[in-house]
Design a protein. Structure first.
Lengths: 208, 501
């Protein structure tokens, strides 16, 4: 197994030193360099081509999220793990981070996270998974609603099980003409011409 | 004064004869025979009494409840007075004799006079009520105008003014005026000075009797008579109300003087109340501002401490945590020599963390103050500067020390600390002095140096010296901080607190 080359980015020397000491005894990991802020991180990364970067977020001059975003453009192969006291998961993910670990993580977890990121997985602090799931759910809902409303999805589901407009109206407590109006909207939004196409398109897009 | 009566009668014969009856009794009578005429006349003139024949078509519709009205009705109408307007002061049931007519008119006039007194009282009452709201300039102006209106209407003066004494400058200024412009500038103020001196009302109907000074002013004003009443509260004249008549032989009556005196008394109370209210309000606003400032200062302080703890102690604790984990691993891997080295380093970091903690705590509250007291702590600071720099610093204690509140002690300590830091960093001084000075009623501390000084402006205060926060803190605690500095001639910072003597 090849050695994983790691770059440490944190504005506090005492933290970098601690990390180094904690990681060094692991025979698979080698700390190849240190950087004191986002800008420095980019310079060091270009110089050293590390496999994994442990990146703090709040740093003077350039923060870790900005640096991650730029690194993703310049050196997309480098895996960036955010290592921080704060919770900016969404921003970090959006910027292109591979993992998100809190600074109080145990030695084993941190080493595991470095391995995971190196192998193409996305390590995430367990205390943050709930937040990530909630945000993902909210996000999916927003995306879906911008396409089809809850009622339109319901109508499509009922069509899929074989109900006609009148029965759908009865079931949803709306008039048959409302059902038909909604259907016209659905056809329009999905770019289809009939009910069967609408159902299959919605299924394909995982809307129902 | 002749009473004005408007007599409304459809029949020309009756109109003529009743007019004659009334005129014989000394009334001034205007006649009218249609509702239209009545409406028009009432718009143009004001009457003391209306005498109206109810049978004039539509006349009841134009009557006003504000004008005393005597109404002549037939028997049928008298039996059911429904539909008659409000404000009817009396009835005369037709037919009646000239004598009955005269008596009824006389009674109605008396009743109207009596009511007029009540109206005056009402005006004064309303004056008093308005005064409670005289908080803003606009309201005060409105109040003065209100006074003018009342005085002008009551005394029939050709010019009325309200003159108020400015407490700060001690000068009189016209706050509101109505009527003729005087031929000379400051006429109102000149009368005012005279009246204010005596604090007594002044009524001059005949210039011949008047004091030469007053006579002079009256001549300049072109006044034939003058009535001026001071506004007196708590035995002090705060202004006056002036009335002037210009027509030859026009006089102010004793009634006018009495009326104006009552009005002035009420108005003065109102103005004083308003002034009191305003000063209380001002104090309240000041207090509010102070509290806001205090809260903000506190919040900024907390923020600063939070950042400091995060940046120094927080990070060191994280570092130590990592080291301990490394140590843990080394121990479990039986790499004892490395583990021992790690422990030694951990000890070093912890010692540094403890120092940091002390430093942050000292910033929060100088603990030395509690242990050593203000004077020894200041001596210590001065000694530190002597040891660590080339600046020769002296500490001097003057007067007899008294006990200070801990927040004031802390403020004094911080100002000295801040000033000494500035001397250390920027002043390039060879000598510096710290003087703590106690005297009855005040305590002050002065830090001065012979260094390079600086140009004094707000930005310097705020950015360069960090003294602006000190100044705010000092003011919050009832003190005052002043900084004097000039490039090339040193800096001097003085913090003063009043104390109970």
């Amino acid at each position: 197994m090849p050695i994983i080359r790691v770059l440490l980015v944190d504005d506090h020397q005492v933290v970098r030193e601690g990390l180094k000491r904690m990681l060094e005894p692991d025979k698979d990991i080698k700390v190849v360099g240190e950087a004191v802020n986002g800008e420095d991180a980019i310079t060091q990364a270009e110089l050293l081509s590390p496999d994994v970067i442990l990146m703090d977020i709040k740093m003077p001059d350039m923060d870790g999220i900005t640096a991650t975003r730029q690194l993703r453009q310049k050196m997309p192969d480098i895996k960036v793990i955010m290592l921080t006291l704060y919770e900016y998961v969404t921003e970090a993910v959006e910027a292109g981070a591979s993992g998100y670990i809190l600074k109080d993580a145990s030695r084993e977890r941190l080493i595991q996270a470095i391995h995971d990121a190196y192998n193409g997985y996305s390590p995430l602090a367990p205390s943050l998974t709930r937040q990530v799931f909630t945000e993902l759910a909210n996000l999916s809902r927003v995306i879906r609603d911008s396409l089809l409303s809850e009622r339109q999805c319901e109508i499509l589901r009922l069509i899929a099980v074989g109900l006609v407009s009148r029965d759908i109206g009865v079931k949803l407590c709306i008039s048959e003409s409302t059902v038909k109006k909604e259907l016209a909207h659905i056809f329009d939004k999905l770019g289809v011409n009939d009910r069967a196409q609408a159902v299959s398109e919605a299924m394909k897009r995982k809307l129902i | 004064m002749k009473k004005d009566i408007l007599l409304v009668e459809a029949s020309p014969i009756l109109l003529a004869s009743r007019t004659k009856t009334l005129e014989k009794q000394g009334y001034h009578v205007t006649g009218a025979s249609t509702a239209g005429e009545v409406a028009k006349l009432m718009r143009q003139e004001s009457y003391d009494l209306l005498i109206v024949d109810a049978e004039v078509p539509e006349v009841l519709g134009v009557l006003s409840s504000e004008v005393p009205t005597l109404i002549m009705v037939n028997e049928e109408m008298a039996g059911s007075p429904v539909g008659l307007p409000l404000g009817i002061w009396g009835f005369l049931v037709k037919p009646f004799t000239a004598r009955e007519f005269s008596r009824s008119v006389g009674e109605a006039i008396d009743k109207a006079d009596a009511l007029k007194d009540t109206i005056q009282q009402k005006i004064l009452l309303s004056l008093n009520n308005t005064s409670k709201l005289l908080v803003s300039e606009a309201e005060t102006d409105k109040f003065f105008k209100h006074i003018l209106e009342i005085v002008a209407a009551e005394t029939e003066a050709d010019r009325v003014s309200v003159v108020i004494l400015d407490e700060k400058t001690g000068e009189l200024a016209v706050k509101a005026k109505v009527g003729l412009e005087p031929g000379i500038i400051d006429a109102d103020e000149k009368i005012g000075q005279w009246v204010m001196k005596t604090s007594q009302p002044l009524m001059v109907n005949d210039k011949v009797d008047a004091n030469p000074n007053v006579k002079e002013i009256m001549s300049q004003l072109g006044a034939s008579s003058l009535l001026s009443v001071p506004l007196v509260t708590s035995g002090k004249a705060i202004g006056l109300i002036n009335g002037v008549k210009v027509a030859k032989g026009a006089r102010f009556t004793a009634g006018s003087l009495e009326f104006l005196s009552i009005l002035a008394e009420q108005a003065a109370i109102a103005i004083e109340n308003a002034n009191l209210f305003r000063s209380v309000e001002k104090q309240r606003l000041q207090l509010e501002k102070l509290i806001e400032k205090a809260t903000l200062t506190q919040e900024n302080e907390r923020k600063r401490v939070a950042i400091e703890i995060h940046d120094s102690i927080g990070q060191q604790v994280v570092g130590v945590l990592y080291r301990v984990r490394a140590f843990d691993f080394l121990l479990s891997a039986s790499r004892f020599t490395e583990a021992q080295a790690e422990v030694n380093e951990i000890k070093g970091i912890l010692e540094k963390t403890l120092n940091e903690l002390r430093r942050v705590l000292a910033g929060l509250h100088p603990l030395a103050l509690d242990e050593l007291g203000l004077i020894s702590t200041l001596r210590q600071e001065v000694e530190k500067l002597n040891q660590e720099t080339d600046t020769k610093c002296h500490f001097q204690l003057e007067g007899t020390p008294i006990e200070l509140t801990s927040s004031r002690e802390a403020a004094i300590y911080r100002v000295v600390q801040e000033a000494l830091t500035n001397i250390r960093k920027h002043a390039n001084a060879t000598e510096a002095d710290v003087q703590l000075h106690f005297e009855p009623g005040t305590v002050s501390v002065k830090v001065s140096d012979n260094g390079k000084g600086f140009k004094l402006d707000e930005t310097n205060m705020a950015g360069h010296l960090g003294l602006l926060g000190m100044k705010e803190r000092a003011e919050m605690l009832g003190g005052n901080l002043s900084v004097t500095s000039k490039p090339g001639s040193g800096t001097s910072i003085v913090l003063t607190f009043p104390t109970k003597s």
